[in-house]
Design a binder for this molecule. Structure first.
Ligand code: ATP
Length: 310
């Protein structure tokens, strides 16, 4: 059982501000943290800390100091980095402002994440071993497509279509390769090209084996064929929601890998169980600052689920 995450890896610079500045405005931050980030790397960390599956990360860092630090952080987490390339130039960077109500605004500079549009032979062998391939769209869509067509016949492809703009541009080709499409509410509306959630769900669900729409503190919706499940969020005192979606996706992927089930054998109950695990991990993550730093251990998640069941 292995999860292979193909995606972005960034150095995050997180500033705490009273409120997110508007155009032309400057605000002073009360604190700053530098931490590992990037949707791909965050999701790999979340999948790994969930336990139950081996996790490999496929992506690119730059030839700068940040790249070395980012690689090291994944190794410390027990993630296989044999598919992490180093390319000449800067690593990806993300500048994140988090305000007093835990909302965030993010600018991503892709750097090394934009370098590759095809997998290297070594990355290809790794992707072929995956039972779950997990991708997002902070890397070129051609690379996502390459990974999707490289995965084994019985392997899941979970696409977290975030950010949604590249998906809108490449949707038909990408959709055909997806087993489970995971999007937040904003992405669902954007991809469906509508402004009502129910219409978006009805329009997206038939195109994929399964659809998961996350709704922040309102939980998530899982749709699988004719079946549908609403998965509530766990109560949390949120201080920073950065990485909630990534934590959810990584833990969701690990749960599917641990189930031993294959895409042809999917049902809403399986996906709802995976979404519940993802929701529990994300509820803990939002109580902490940062992305990878905020991802809880399997023991913390199990304890939260146990308390919720009492
Ligand atoms: P982000 O971009 O901030 O990382 P996202 O927009 O991709 O996140 P969300 O829908 O905000 O994803 O959150 C994913 C899941 O995390 C939700 O379905 C929910 O289970 C959990 N979650 C998010 N915010 C909260 C919160 N404030 N309290 C409890 N759980 C939360």
């Amino acid at each position: 059982m292995s999860v292979v995450v193909v995606g972005s890896i960034n150095q995050d610079v997180v500033a705490r501000v009273n409120r997110i500045p508007g155009p032309g405005e400057t605000v002073l931050a009360s604190a700053m943290v530098r931490t590992g980030g990037g949707k791909g790397a965050n999701q790999a960390v979340a999948a790994r800390r969930a336990g139950g599956a081996s996790v490999a990360f496929v992506g690119s860092v730059g030839s700068d100091q940040e790249g070395e630090g980012l690689r090291h952080a994944l190794v410390v987490d027990g993630i296989d980095v044999s598919g992490l390339s180093q390319v000449e130039g800067p690593s990806g960077m993300a500048f994140i402002s988090v305000d007093d109500s835990a909302d965030n605004a993010i600018v991503v500079v892709p750097g090394a994440n934009a370098a590759a549009t095809t997998l290297t032979p070594e990355q290809r062998s790794l992707v072929a071993t995956a039972s779950v391939l997990l991708t997002q769209l902070e890397i070129p869509t051609d690379l996502v497509q390459d990974a999707a067509s490289t995965r084994g016949a019985q392997a899941w492809h979970l696409l977290n279509a975030a950010p949604s703009a590249p998906f809108v541009a490449a949707s038909a080709a990408l959709l055909a390769s997806v087993d489970v499409l995971i999007v937040n509410q904003h992405e669902a509306l954007d991809i469906a090209g509508v402004n009502d959630l129910e219409t978006a769900v009805m329009s997206l669900a038939p195109s994929v084996r399964a659809l998961v729409v996350t709704l922040g503190r309102r939980g998530s919706i899982v749709v699988c064929g004719e079946e549908r499940a609403d998965v509530p969020a766990f109560a949390a005192d949120a201080v920073d929601t950065t990485g909630a979606g990534d934590t959810f996706c990584g833990v969701f992927a690990a749960a599917l890998a641990a189930s031993g089930r294959v895409p042809g054998d999917v049902d809403a109950a399986l996906l709802a169980d995976a979404a519940r695990a993802g929701a529990a991990a994300a509820a803990i993550a939002v109580t902490r600052t940062g992305a990878q730093d905020a991802v809880p251990s399997a023991a913390e998640v199990a304890a939260l689920i146990e308390r919720a069941n009492e």
